[in-house]
Write a protein that binds this ligand. Structure first.
Ligand SMILES: O=C(O)C1=C[C@@H](OP(=O)(O)O)[C@@H](O)[C@H](O)C1
Ligand SMILES: C=C(OP(=O)(O)O)C(=O)O
Length: 409
């Protein structure tokens, strides 16, 4: 029996104040850097996301085998962390994690002097980290088009290397704001770097312990934007979000402006209300890949024609997100087609079904992206507990604004 939640909303009028979870991306960088800084750092508003709670636990224990579960940042950041701090570990994760590539990072760490073996398939976890003897190399070329997490992982350990590190990024750079977030967090803990064009230079230096306050998660905010866009009337307040943020997913403000949501920045945070929605939109998700599912589900529900590009990295995330989206929008009587390599198009849907069921593919964002459709028709979401990866209180927060959430075991 598959666990589902059934979601419905009585009126379509939505109002309330929601305290979002803190950003797992910021928190996981702060945890790694604080560990490298030694001494007493304080991380305030640590994310309740499983990805962050897991990393926090792993850093406090001295386990021989490290289970990164389904958390990409945990797997990638800890691989670099344990390698350069010369800790012998086996790193593994869920079946899916063992299908998510890590070769770019392992090759770079081997170049720096790490001994790392693949325990199953070449290029994929599980890994065995055997030790570190500095090679003297301080210039590496790294592909920028697979995952920025490899680059962030290398950057965070770079100040510890005797000659620092010059990273030359090759190919298209995806998820660039996440690289900039890494550099900003490093700077917060006293380590400077330069990022010009495609080259990042990090000198050898010491991190300094610091206090860091984690911001609310802009990726989590995207589901509330989607709810506002689909509601008949809405006024949603999300405290703590600011215009200036390290998170690239703040791009949701401009994206949703075109899809019917107005953002007012207030001293407390943001206030979302409704405005006119365009009928046809095109977005490039290169810099904000985690927003793509929110926008596909929303455009299908709104009947808006969507063209999207910059989604190459979606194939190697918690699931093949392109394939998962293509299957799930079929249930909304629309289709997402690859018109030419990397260019996807979705024509408007007219939803005529009474109840829609969405599968989630062990991917938190599939659950949260499709949940707002419940403002139009009752919706069933399979395996609802997936949200724990980034937003464990998601279903409770929906109840706060009047959704009926029925758990079906
Ligand atoms: O560094 C990070 O915190 C993240 C980087 C992005 O991954 P990619 O760099 O693999 O696109 C993003 O999708 C992920 O949710 C979090
Ligand atoms: C891709 C994601 O996470 P990660 O790669 O860190 O597992 C995500 O949270 O959408």
């Amino acid at each position: 029996m598959i666990k589902t939640v059934t979601l419905s909303h009585p009126t379509g009028v939505l109002s309330g104040t929601i305290n979002l979870p803190a950003s797992k991306s910021e928190a996981n960088r702060a945890l790694i850097i604080a560990a490298l800084a030694g001494g007493n750092s304080t991380i305030e508003n640590l994310s309740e996301a499983n990805d962050t709670q897991l990393l926090n636990r792993l850093l406090q224990r001295n386990d021989q085998t490290i289970d990164a579960e389904d958390a990409g940042t945990v797997m990638r950041f800890l691989t670099a962390y344990y390698a350069v701090t010369n800790q012998q570990k086996v790193l593994t994760g869920t079946d899916r994690m063992c299908q998510r590539p890590i070769k770019v990072l392992v090759d770079a760490l081997r170049d720096l002097g790490a001994t790392i073996d693949y325990l199953q398939e070449e290029g994929y976890p599980p890994l065995q980290i055997k030790g570190f003897a500095y090679s003297g190399k301080n210039h590496l070329k790294v592909r920028g088009d697979i995952s920025s997490q490899y680059i962030s992982a290398l950057l965070m350990i770079a100040p510890l290397l005797p000659d620092g590190l010059e990273l030359e990024l090759e190919g298209k750079i995806g998820s660039r704001p996440y690289i900039e977030m890494t550099l900003a967090l490093m700077q917060h803990f006293g380590a400077t770097a330069t990022f010009e064009d495609t080259t990042i230079v990090v000198p050898n230096q010491n991190y300094k312990p610091a206090t860091f306050l984690v911001e609310p998660d802009w990726s989590a905010a995207s589901y509330w934007y989607s709810l506002v866009a689909l509601a008949k009337e809405a006024e949603i307040t999300l405290p703590g979000l600011r215009k200036e943020s390290h998170q690239g997913d703040r791009a949701i403000v401009e994206i949703m402006y075109r899809l019917g949501v107005y953002t007012e920045f207030t001293p407390e945070g943001i206030r979302l209300t409704k405005k006119h929605c365009e009928k046809k939109v095109a977005f490039d998700f290169t810099n904000c890949p985690d927003l793509a599912q929110t926008i596909v589900a929303l455009c299908a529900a709104l009947g808006v024609t969507l063209e999207m590009t910059g989604v190459e990295s979606l194939r190697i995330k918690e699931t093949d997100r392109i394939q998962a989206l293509q299957i799930e929008v079929l249930g909304m009587e629309t289709s997402l087609n690859e018109m030419s390599p990397g260019v996807f198009r979705m024509e408007p849907a007219i939803i005529t079904k009474r109840e829609l069921t969405f599968r989630t593919y062990k991917d938190h964002r599939m659950a949260m992206a499709f949940a707002p459709v419940a403002l139009l028709e009752p919706v069933q979401i399979q395996d609802p507990d997936v949200v724990r990866k980034s937003y464990p209180r998601f279903w409770e927060d929906l109840e706060k604004v009047g959704f009926e959430v029925v758990n079906n075991e």
